[in-house]
Design a binder for this molecule. Structure first.
Ligand SMILES: Nc1ncnc2c1ncn2[C@@H]1O[C@H](COP(=O)(O)OP(=O)(O)O)[C@@H](O)[C@H]1O
Ligand SMILES: [Mg+2]
Length: 384
């Protein structure tokens, strides 16, 4: 991630933390874990099922208590706070969200501020602000019930609710585990954008190494028995895996995976000829002749892409209509990793993606060639 002022986070440390559920002799769920998570960073805990990720996370907000060792937040032992007090300062997002079905979206987001007895006007303001932050228009969503929302919308409400009291630490346990890959990519991108604004310390659990590499400032790889195999930046884990276990877990395609370290926004985009619905065709033809590529990208009044217009198929006069666009350019976002972008483009007929911002406005085009440049052995970004 780009270095920047990180306002809201706290340092979280594990000092020789062990958690046993069974008697001595049975391998512990977490074994002598020591690590320090810097304030404002996303630390991803990753590893095979049953390796102790969830247990590690739940010890931070004391949903599980360590058998030995200690955990601190900004230097304070979590055991010195009451569990209730502690959990108010820690946002918690789980896979199935756990929204209360009989409460509206607004009431769900307001739960912690209500517990904290904030005055009503301040609560209302905060709910408004949070819904906007996670991309849900307050007027349209505040009064709805969870059952009427899509999976992605529910997940956004879950994140808004976890952020309500502005906690320095957020725990997210496989938050996007239950959604389809396309929505997952969008939610990941949204979380990265959100994090650039709020700068929380986020402990994020996943079993998916690609998700870990994409989301993490630092990755903690755990192996069975709750043993820390490596704690490092994604770059370091890909270029210098600490053991055979890590190498194997990360996968044979480490070279390709390094494409996950770079994002669409890191590459120079191609600026296409852009034409707008309602533009006179005479004018469009003239601009296409000057441009010389033979095609243009048609956008609507809000600059959102509709598809391609081919100069050979352009009717004689009148003005451009929406129906004229041939759709087919896969949509990409600046936060999409080059690895995901490549697989999207290879799966499409056009091999040219349209990059759009958070309001779906066109930023430019990305080609397969531009990505394969990055894979060249002498390429500089990302390091190879
Ligand atoms: N409440 C519990 N009681 C007994 N054993 C548990 C409990 N929670 C987790 N475990 C065990 O601890 C180990 C780690 O579990 P968990 O932290 O859930 O792993 P992960 O999240 O990586 O899949 C597993 O062997 C699991 O069976
Ligand atoms: Mg788990």
């Amino acid at each position: 991630m780009t270095p920047q002022a990180r306002p809201g986070g706290a340092v979280v440390t594990f000092e020789h933390v062990t958690k046993r559920y069974g008697p001595p002799g049975v391998p512990p769920a977490v074994d002598d874990l020591s690590l320090a998570i810097p304030a404002g960073e996303i630390c991803v805990l990753v590893g095979p099922s049953g390796c102790g990720k969830t247990t590690t996370m739940r010890m931070i907000n004391r949903l599980a208590e360590p058998t030995a060792g200690r955990i601190t937040i900004d230097g304070q032992d979590v055991r010195d706070l009451s569990a209730v007090e502690l959990r108010r300062g820690i946002g918690y997002v789980i896979q199935q969200v756990g929204l209360f079905p009989h409460l509206t979206v607004g009431e769900n987001v307001a739960i912690v501020p209500r517990l904290l007895r904030w005055p009503e006007p301040r609560i209302r303001e905060r709910v408004e602000e949070l819904l906007e932050l996670v991309g849900l228009e307050p007027g349209a969503y505040r009064a709805r019930y969870p059952a009427s929302l899509s999976g992605g919308e529910r997940q956004r409400v879950g994140v808004a609710r976890a952020l309500a009291a502005d906690p320095p630490v957020m725990l997210m346990d496989e938050p996007f585990g239950a959604v389809d890959p396309i929505l997952r990519d969008r939610l990941q991108n949204e979380l990265l954008r959100l994090q650039a604004k709020v700068g929380k310390t986020i402990v994020f659990v996943t079993h998916d190494v690609d998700e870990a590499i994409k989301m993490a400032d630092r990755v903690a790889i755990l192996r069975r028995g709750g043993v820390l195999a490596q704690f490092d930046t994604p770059e370091a884990i890909l270029s210098a895996p600490a053991s055979e276990f890590v190498e194997h877990f990360v996968g044979a395609d480490r070279g390709l995976k390094r494409l996950s370290l770079a994002k669409v926004r890191d590459l120079q985009l191609i600026q296409p000829l852009i034409v707008r619905v309602g533009e006179p065709r005479v004018e469009v033809r003239r601009r296409m002749e000057v441009d010389g590529t033979g095609y243009a990208l048609l956008v609507d009044a809000a600059d959102r892409p509709l598809g391609w217009v081919d100069s050979a198929e352009l009717a004689a006069d009148g003005t451009l209509t929406e129906e004229e666009a041939t759709p087919g350019a896969p949509p990409l976002q600046p936060e999409t990793t080059l690895r995901d972008a490549l697989s999207t483009l290879l799966g499409s007929s056009v091999q040219l993606g349209v990059v759009t911002d958070e309001r779906d406005r066109v930023l430019g085009l990305l080609s397969v060639d531009a990505i394969s440049e990055v894979l060249r052995p002498d390429a500089t970004a990302p390091r190879s």
